[in-house]
Design a protein around this ligand. Sequence first.
Ligand SMILES: NC(=O)c1ccc[n+]([C@@H]2O[C@H](COP(=O)([O-])OP(=O)(O)OC[C@H]3O[C@@H](n4cnc5c(N)ncnc54)[C@H](OP(=O)(O)O)[C@@H]3O)[C@@H](O)[C@H]2O)c1
Length: 338
Amino acid sequence: MTAALINKKWTLGSRPQTTVSKEHFNFETETVRDLADGEFLVKNQYLSFEPAQRGWLNDVRSYVPPVAIGEVMRSVAAGEVIASKHADYRVGDRVQGGFGWQEYAISDGSGLFPVTKVPGDMPLSYPLHIYGLTGLTAYFGLLDIGQPKAGETVLISGAAGATGSTVGQIAKLKGCRVIGIAGGRAKCQWLIDELGYDAVIDYKSESVDERLQALCKNNIDVFFDNVGGDILDSALVNMANRGRIVLCGGISSGYQVQELPPGPKNYMQLVIRRCHMEGFIVLDHVDRYPAATEQLMQWVAEGKILVKEHILEGIEQCPEALAGLFSGQNFGKQLVKI
Ligand SMILES: NC(=O)c1ccc[n+]([C@@H]2O[C@H](COP(=O)([O-])OP(=O)(O)OC[C@H]3O[C@@H](n4cnc5c(N)ncnc54)[C@H](OP(=O)(O)O)[C@@H]3O)[C@@H](O)[C@H]2O)c1
């Protein structure tokens, strides 16, 4: 059966030095090979896009090895098993794992992003965000490091993104005052109208410094930072005593290899205000994924956390979907549907 199938895939052609674009990838076709014992074949239906994928293209020390030239572009994906020689996976199983930018993936279940089954009553895309790395990043970063308490002020950069919007909703559930920083009127309006944020700052049309002074001068208890750069510096000068800064990401650097992102100029505020600033990687919490996912599922089922997806159609769209994260093209979790 597999011999007749043609796979379409994107492999890494060259390493971007600055902005990532289509020219760095090769679009290839191949005949799907026969399965060996212990393998199964997945037909991908959704591919997940995250800013970290840009970082994985850099040949530098990181928490995962770089994607190799010629390798299928690494990504988490979800699909259905259509052939199997693996005892644990049967035809018709819905699965998610590190299947990459391709239509068909052969897997033995192991890898950097191990394969798990997706229950029949769960939308197939949800393990790629709210019940996957995105939701878990929000959960562990905010609750473990941010440790928000009722009545405290939580500021979030990248607030309308997949991770940021989940952070804000969890902070509201914990009884916090939530302020989001996002780009553009539509995203900011959505945070207020649908997610119940208390205030927003449109960093594309407003002065972040001035708005922080007006909204939370010296009063930020938790800053969940997805952006870094100038926004981190602006938040640093407005931290409350014993505030916590959660370093989740630094997308303003573009995760480009050429230049190091600027360090925070205002870091002495950490001393003066006795603040705590800590980075984290969600992959370190794998043993706690089941309990955290259960909690996220409960919140979603109760309507307490809303999810938003931004879907492009067709495997051809992969490079654009990745590049678009760095210009804010996505409004919700960026996915490609095949
Ligand atoms: N530590 C971890 O384990 C971990 C795990 C997953 C993700 N992350 C980090 O979490 C952050 C969010 O990731 P995500 O997957 O949820 O993506 P996302 O927030 O859904 O998409 C990225 C968003 O970043 C914003 N952005 C892009 N360039 C920007 C810039 N120069 N300045 C300010 N904002 C900019 C855009 O929103 P606007 O339209 O509002 O500009 C864009 O929509 C990233 O920093 C990512 O690296 C960390």
